[in-house]
Every structure is written in C-alpha cells, then in structure tokens.
Write a protein that binds this ligand. Structure first.
Ligand code: GLY
Ligand code: MN
Ligand code: MN
Length: 435
C-alpha cells in the first residue's frame, strides 16, 4: 500500500510542477463537552499519505532537491499518549510513511518557508480551515515581501482540488478492493435487516442489527447515520431518529452502508414490513425500480453523467402521469420540474473515500462523461408525504397514495464494458422481497 500512496503523490506532484502543495489533517470534532468523536482523517490527506492522526500537515514540494514529501506530526509523548492514544511520532513516521523529512508539528512555522520560497505557487484549499488559512496567508505574505529581493516565491494560491480530485475520482484496483469489501458487508447487513424486520419491531432494532454486522465484519462502522424509516418517515430524506415501532402494511426504507478502511458503501432498499406490498405501494415501487434499472443501464463509459438523472426523472414522471398524479405535457413537467414534490433530489453522487465523494459532475455547460474506474450511486425515489403539496395546476393527491416513500440505491462501478453493480447482492425485485 505504501507504494500506492507514493504513486498518488507522484501523480499529484507531476501536475503541480514548480508549486508546493500543503494539506492539513482533519480537525477533532466535539461530541459533547470535552469528549470527542473518534478521529477520522481528512480524505485528501489520507489519500496522499495513509496517515491517520490529527495535528498533522503534509507538504509536497516536487521542485525541492531533497525533501519532496514532508510530514509534520505530533511527537511521541508517553504521558499524553496514556490519555489520548498512540502516536506514530517523528522517527517512525519517516520509516512507516516514506517521508523524506518529518518534523514535530510545533516546528511548522519555522520549517515551512523553505518549502515555499522557491515554489511558483502554493496549492492549498482556502476556505475549509480558518485558523490554518491564516497560517498559510501569513507565510505567503512574508514571502511576497521578500519576492523583489530574491526573485522567487509563490505568486498565487491555487486550489489543488480540481487536480487531486480528478485523481481520486478514478479508483485504483486497491481502492476497488476496499470498496467491494465495504459493499459486501453492507449487502449482508441489508439482507440480515430484511430477514429481521417484522411488524412490532422498532426501527432502532433494525439499525442495531445492521451496525452490528458492520463492526463484526471489520468495518469502521456506519459510513453515514443509518436511516431506518418506516411508513411516512420514509418521506423525510434524512430521517435518522429511528425510534418508531413498525406496523404491518407499511414499507420500511433503509439507507445504510458501512465504511471499510476509509471506503464507503451507500445502499437503500425499501420493502414491506409485513412481507406483502399493498397495491398502491407496489405500483409506486415498480416505477422506482424501473427508473433505477433504466438509469443504471445508462452507466457506460462516454455517457454524460447527467443522463442517469434525466433517465430516472423521465421514468418517474411517466409513471406518475399514468397514475394521474401529474398531468399535462410531459416535456413541460420535466423542464419546469413539476415532479419535484414527489422527487426532490438528484439520482446519485460519486462514492469513495467520502460518501458524497469529490469530483465534478459537469464542466460549465459541458457534460462530464463517465470513465472506467469511477464509482457512483444510482438512487431514484418517489416520496408522497402525508401533506404533499403539488405545484400549482397539478391535481391534489388522493389520500391512498400519501405516506409512502420509496428509494432504491445501488453502488455502480463504471467498467470499460459498461458497468458493474457492486451492491447487487441485496434483492430488489418484488418477487424476491415479498414473503
Ligand atoms: N445516504 C446518503 C445518500 O444516499 O446520499
Ligand atoms: Mn444512501
Ligand atoms: Mn447516496
């Protein structure tokens, strides 16, 4: 794996040429008072180093003669470590992470300028980390002042994200292996959840079954707060209370996935709590499933990303029109987004180190075309909230449709031949999920 991190740094350095890139570790997040959440490294930082500690900075200086890869880390401190946990420390970091030089983080101000003063620009993402922005700006200002005298120095701060994130967007075989594992564990958890679900059980019990599987199988835990939403709760897109007792005759929408070695899965399934769909539920489910299957069929190298969403929207609108839930001219409904009270989110996102992973979807007016190695979710839905308000000119919704929320979400890899559904192991066909 060290070789892979080195390769990523090489790729980035080849693209920044005479610049110097600086990344800071993620901040610690407070759970309450002086208790912190488990530390989770910033994804860019992790992608480039594999180093999982707070209070760290990585500097990539391709033009520097000796030190192209420099780490600033927390030094060893046995007394502190007794309280806060193990630190790699300066000595071992050099060896273990392959850095050309490692310094204690307290020496950042003193040591950083030597890696910036010959750079033509600083690659740093302003805007994410206020205190660290100030540090970078301070050094930049100092170097600007001495520019006339020395004739070298960074004349601009540039965001490394477009370059780095285009690398992150294409998953390597090693990354795909981790993503397949995250997917496989999440698939098992969903199947376990479906078998476990029955009228009278609580949403949190289903959540517990799933999260038990995530951790038991060596995952880091949920990739995002698990959504276990029965009945009308499914119409709340980010319902995470998971407190309700599930009733016969309702649907259960589960949106949950695990993180495995920093890589994420993101799966949604919707199925009947009591084993049988009502006619209304089945009708809407068939539309969502058709939308999802047709959208997935659009995942092919060279196809514009937006075509996935456009395909899902058209199937959903056609379906809702057939039921009389939308009326009028289909092109106008789509263009003016009159379907939005029923389908208000996009059909997916990139997936990787972040659940909503980095990478562009569109280049201004130019579409982004799919490429092998990209991983994305395909997740259309229909949500008919109990108090749904159709847009003006559209019919009122008959009460029999209300309180039904359905989403189906899979993780899809773009391959040279088309695509591969990484999460296909959770059934979604009606005959497979009814019992
Ligand atoms: N679970 C978050 C999402 O589906 O995007
Ligand atoms: Mn999801
Ligand atoms: Mn998703």
């Amino acid at each position: 794996m060290q070789q892979e991190y080195a390769q990523r740094r090489e790729q980035l350095m080849a693209r920044i040429g005479k610049g110097t890139a600086v990344f800071r570790s993620a901040p610690m997040a407070v759970m309450h008072n002086d208790v912190e959440y488990n530390f989770r490294q910033d994804s860019d930082f992790f992608y480039l180093t594999g180093f999982n500690e707070p209070q760290a900075v990585v500097v990539l200086a391709p033009h520097h003669e000796e030190h192209k890869f420099v780490l600033f880390v927390q030094p060893k401190d046995p007394e502190r470590e007794t309280w806060t946990g193990y630190r790699v420390g300066v000595e071992a970091a050099k060896e273990r992470f392959g850095a050309d030089e490692v310094y204690p983080i307290a020496e950042l101000d003193e040591k950083l300028p030597q890696y910036l003063e010959k750079a033509d620009r600083i690659y740093y993402q302003l805007g994410r980390d206020r205190p660290f922005n100030d540090t970078i700006l301070k050094h930049w200002q100092r170097l600007m002042r001495s520019y006339p005298k020395r004739g070298t120095g960074p004349t601009a701060i540039e965001d490394p994200a477009p370059t780095l994130h285009s690398l992150r967007q294409i998953k390597s075989p090693a990354e795909l292996e981790l993503m397949r594992t995250a997917a496989a564990i999440s698939v098992d958890a969903h199947n376990r959840a479906r078998e476990f679900t029955q009228p009278g059980r609580y949403e949190y019990e289903v959540q517990a079954e799933m999260e038990h599987t995530f951790r038991l199988r060596g995952g880091m835990g949920p990739a995002y707060p698990s959504i276990v939403a029965s009945g009308a709760n499914a119409c709340v897109l980010h319902y995470t209370e998971n407190e309700r007792q599930m009733q016969d005759g309702e649907l259960l929408l589960i949106d949950a996935g695990c993180a495995y070695d920093y890589y994420n899965a993101d799966i949604t399934r919707t199925f009947p709590v009591g084993g049988k769909f009502t006619p209304e539920q089945k009708t809407l489910y068939e539309i969502v499933l058709k939308a999802q299957l047709e959208a997935i069929a659009q995942v092919h190298p060279g196809n514009p990303y937006g075509q996935i969403h456009d395909t899902a929207v058209r199937v959903i609108v056609e379906g809702l029109m057939e039921l009389g839930l939308l009326q009028g001219d289909i092109e106008e409904i789509i263009k003016e987004e009159k379907y939005k009270p029923f389908y208000m989110h996009r059909t997916g996102h990139w997936l990787g180190l972040d659940v909503h992973d980095v990478g562009v979807y569109q280049h201004g007016e130019t579409p982004h075309n799919l490429e092998p190695g990209q991983v994305l979710t395909v997740e259309p839905g229909i949500y008919i909230a109990p108090d749904i308000k159709p847009v003006e000119g559209q019919p009122e919704v008959d009460p029999r449709w209300r309180g039904i929320g359905i989403r189906i979400e899979d993780d899809v890899l773009v391959t040279s031949a088309g695509h591969e559904v990484l999460t296909a192991g959770v059934p979604k066909a009606i005959e497979e999920i009814e019992r």
